[in-house]
Design a protein around this ligand. Structure first.
Ligand code: PEP
Length: 255
């Protein structure tokens, strides 16, 4: 790894999975987060909101960060069922995922909504993990780069910098399917994201923003994907629910 690459981050998105007994998985991740791994890679676990407070407490002193999976743009108010960024921070989160394709797809979230949520994350002192990625139809139509560019420009707030922003490139067709783009395809999109960050966060900071790849990352493909230029870690769904798999993915940075 070249010296000026950002420190890698491997993040787990647990989605709507996990009960109180799942604290055991977090304990196992902690136990396997050896000094060797700590020296090479940061870890983030994003459990369901019901587990955030407990997970944040368990994680104290472990250097494993805890994050939310979504937030509302407002600080408080009449929004039944929603959770504000301030509430996530109060529960011990330091990150929040915004604009995940499942939010865009099943909750109709547009780039402007994602941007408002990222602004809220920053207001609450959280790092926003802004997700972008094309559908299968968009890839097959040769629109991937334009789609990702538009999502970035619409979703990343103007006050973003390498401390409060992580970008996750997640091709929608690769999420939960076992399919992954080729290393060359990942390199092309991550290269575009790095270029776009020049205008979105400024030339001085653009190289330090972490750009994660997400979509069917597993222990067997992590090393190849993590070695791609401008890939600074992974956003992991299914495999993050199994401590040994999550740690093995992070272990790609040991080689
Ligand atoms: C995700 O949903 O963010 C994701 C990457 O899922 P999976 O790893 O299961 O494809």
């Amino acid at each position: 790894m070249s010296v000026d690459r950002p420190r890698p981050l491997v993040a787990g998105n647990w989605k709507m999975n996990g009960l109180r007994m799942s604290a055991k998985v977090l304990g196992d991740i902690q136990a396997g987060y050896t000094p060797g791994l700590k020296a090479k890679v940061d870890l983030l676990v994003c459990p369901p909101a019901t587990l955030l407070y407990t997970f944040a407490h368990i994680s104290v002193g472990s250097r494993i960060a805890v994050g939310g999976q979504d937030c509302h743009a407002k600080e408080s108010g009449a929004h039944t069922g929603d959770i504000s960024a301030e509430m996530l921070a109060d529960a011990g989160a330091t990150y929040v995922i915004v604009g995940h394709s499942e939010r865009r797809q099943f909750h109709g979230e547009k780039d402007a909504d994602v941007c408002a949520k990222a602004v809220a994350a920053h207001r609450a002192g959280l790092t926003a993990v802004v997700c972008v990625g094309e559908t299968r139809e968009e890839r097959e139509a040769g629109k991937t780069l334009n789609v990702v560019k538009k999502q970035l420009r619409g979703s990343i707030p103007v006050d973003s910098n390498s401390q409060n922003l992580v970008v996750a490139y997640e091709p929608v067709w690769a999420i939960g399917t076992g399919l992954t783009p080729t290393a060359a395809d990942v390199a092309e999109v991550h290269g575009l994201i790095r270029e776009e960050l020049k205008r979105l966060v400024g030339k001085a900071d653009h190289g330090k923003v972490r750009i994660l790849y997400g979509g069917s990352v597993k222990p067997s493909n992590a090393a190849e994907l993590m070695a791609v230029e401008n890939v600074d870690g992974a956003l992991v769904g299914g495999a993050s629910l199994v401590a040994a798999d999550f740690l093995a993915i992070a272990g790609a940075y040991l080689t």
